[in-house]
Design a protein around this ligand. Structure first.
Ligand code: AGP
Length: 605
């Protein structure tokens, strides 16, 4: 997603902007740019398509970079217009420069109006229309009034960083739907899309809320809502730079997989007392959850796959039916949810546009909303009626791993809580499952992580495949979806996740000699059926790798899982699938942490 940074202070602003943009690279981008005040207060803009280094190369031939103390910067993830120098941000005029994260939906009409007024456009972007509309308003109004007028005219989502010529002592910031924080330093202040961009300089920040306009100077920050000053709580980021750095691992993804045992303990620990689930400390209506006739889970990608796991767990442990929706479908199908329904939004970033829109739709229909989110203070967390934070720490790699693990383990604990309250689980069973989740599961995941060599060998068997199948039954079918996505998104090998019993209804026609099939067999009562499916595909020449608690003789290889309550075996199995994808990606020389075309947080639809 696009990244925004702004700096004002005693230091060289260009250096601080580049430093911030480098910290934002993980969000995924295709171009970068900065705008800053030169020696005589004029606005200078430098931008380039491609990696950040391309912009830095251009900066070398620009004078005034060393004496600037105020500026804005941007990494762009293209939504309107291909990656190019012209489409890179900032956009503006001699009077102002602006950087943007989000989508302006009514930009075409605005562009036509401004063209009729004599404006000439140099890019294909929606952002440039906003920048030039602001220029038009600024001709007759002061900066704050012009920005306020702009926000009333625009439809869509935005986080803007803005600098005006003639005002070299301040940066303006405003947001709607796209996140923006104000960093509070010592004699210097920042704006940023997220805390990672400024952690090397400060851990103190405040969140800009919908419609608030910030005026950021080196010696103070003013935040206005409808022209009235608002006071904001200054928070301290718990994640220091070290936490967000790789910590010696070759990739963020591997570091984050290794963090999974601790992340499970950190996430579950505060929700357990006396050996049983205890959500009383949370802003959560556990009673409503327990009494719900059904639950809705809405999310995207891996988070949605966590929802598929939760559906199996709530069904099995609490006998509560769960409907799982892809957020981009939920928001446009006029879903039958309303008063009395509970809609749970799962999101690592808490900023995914489709998931945020689904949350707002569910609320507008009268449903109660629960957010399961990893980023504290994110939009989804702040707008949901209640929130359960996963405490996984920063997840930087685009491929989500530890977030999935803590989402599924937290939802498992919640399902145990509901099962106990509903009398589906005895206290003894609830206690045993709670102990397995909080103690055995982290150990089992750790044991899988320690078997890197074995996983590398298995990766070696699939790394040259063109097509690959993940098959499973019950909760393993849900797990297969995640295993398939992980492999596809970071190794670029095409794969399909399939209910094993469905193969004979069509897709077995795709099995040819050598087709790899990953067979998930963690459900004891279904292993026999899985063996039949393994035989089916073996008869067509498939190469089968089983992931199971015990050796599957019919498979060509088995990754045996550590012993754990079978109802929770999905956790070590997930770690195995994540590591299989990781080692396959590495062996293919792919960009593990920043896969092509992908972004960490998809804040546009
Ligand atoms: C997962 O590996 C992907 N990067 C992607 O599917 C991700 O899970 C999805 O975009 C949802 O993100 P969120 O959890 O931040 O809402």
């Amino acid at each position: 997603m696009c990244g925004i940074i702004g700096y004002i202070g005693k230091d060289n602003s260009v250096e601080r902007l580049v430093e911030g943009l480098r910290a934002l690279e993980y969000r995924g981008y295709d171009s970068a740019g900065v705008a800053f005040f030169g020696e005589s207060g004029e606005l200078i803009r430098v931008k380039a398509a491609g990696r950040l280094a391309n912009m830095e190369e251009k900066l070398k031939s620009v004078s005034g970079t060393s004496s600037s103390h105020c500026g804005i910067g941007h990494t762009r993830w293209a939504t309107h217009g291909a990656p190019s120098d012209a489409n890179s941000h900032p956009h503006g005029t001699a009077a102002l420069q602006l950087v943007h994260n989000g989508i302006i939906e009514n930009y075409a009409g605005i562009r036509e109006e401004l063209t009729a007024l004599g404006y000439v456009f140099e890019s294909d972007t929606d952002t440039e229309a906003a920048a030039k509309l602001l220029d038009w308003y600024r001709r007759t109004d002061d900066s704050l009034t012009a920005i306020a007028r702009l926000t009333k005219r625009l439809c869509g989502s935005y986080a803007f960083g803005i600098v005006f010529a003639g005002e070299p002592d301040r940066i303006y910031a405003v947001r709607k739907d796209s996140p923006l924080i104000i960093g509070v330093g010592d004699g210097e202040n920042f704006i940023a899309s997220d805390i990672t961009a400024i952690l090397s300089r400060t851990r103190r920040y405040c969140q800009l809320d919908e419609g608030e306009i910030a005026v950021v100077k080196s010696d103070g920050i003013t935040i206005l809502k409808d022209g009235v000053r608002v006071e904001k709580e200054i928070k301290t980021a718990l994640w220091d730079t070290e936490a967000a750095e790789r910590g010696g691992f070759p990739h963020f993804m591997l570091k984050e997989i290794h963090e999974e045992p601790d992340a499970i303990k950190k996430t579950l620990g505060p929700r357990i007392s006396g050996g049983l689930p205890d959500f009383s400390g949370e802003k959560l209506d556990a009673k409503a959850l327990t009494e719900a006739s059904r639950l809705h889970i809405v999310a995207c990608g891996t988070a949605m796959h966590a929802g598929l796991i939760a559906r199996e767990l709530f069904n099995r442990l609490a006998r509560i039916p769960v409907e799982v929706w892809t957020a981009s479908e939920f928001r446009y199908c006029d879903p039958l949810v309303g008063k009395g329904d509970i809609v749970t939004i799962i999101s690592q970033s808490g900023e995914t546009a489709d998931s945020l829109a689904a949350l707002r739709l569910a609320k507008s229909k009268g449903a109660k909303t629960l957010a399961v989110v990893n980023v504290v203070g994110s939009s989804i967390a702040r707008e949901a009626d209640s929130v359960l934070y996963t405490l996984a720490g920063p997840e930087i790699a685009v491929a989500s791993t530890k977030a999935y693990t803590v989402q599924t383990s937290l939802l498992a604990l919640l399902a145990v809580d509901c099962g106990l309250r509903r009398g589906i689980l005895s206290e003894a069973d609830a206690r045993a499952l709670t102990n397995e989740l909080s103690c055995r599961a982290p150990e089992a995941v750790g044991e899988v992580i320690s078997r890197a060599e074995e996983l590398k060998l298995l990766a070696g068997r699939i790394k040259d495949s063109e097509d690959l199948f993940f098959i499973g039954r019950g909760i393993d079918c849900a797990l297969a979806s995640e295993g398939s996505l992980k492999l596809k998104e970071i190794s670029y090998i095409h794969s399909e996740a399939y209910a094993a019993g469905e193969l004979k209804h069509g897709t077995i026609s795709l099995i040819v000699p050598g087709t790899p099939v990953i067979a998930l067999c963690t459900v004891p009562e279904l292993v026999g059926k899985m063996v039949s499916n393994i035989r089916e595909v073996k008869a067509r020449g498939a190469e089968v790798i089983a992931i199971a608690s015990d050796i599957i003789a019919e498979a060509d290889a088995t990754l045996t899982l550590p012993q754990i309550d079978p109802r929770l075996a999905f956790l070590p199995a997930a770690a195995a699938l994540q590591l299989l994808a990781y080692h396959t990606s590495v062996s293919r020389g792919c960009d593990v942490d920043k896969p092509r075309n992908l972004a960490k947080s998809v804040t546009v639809e």
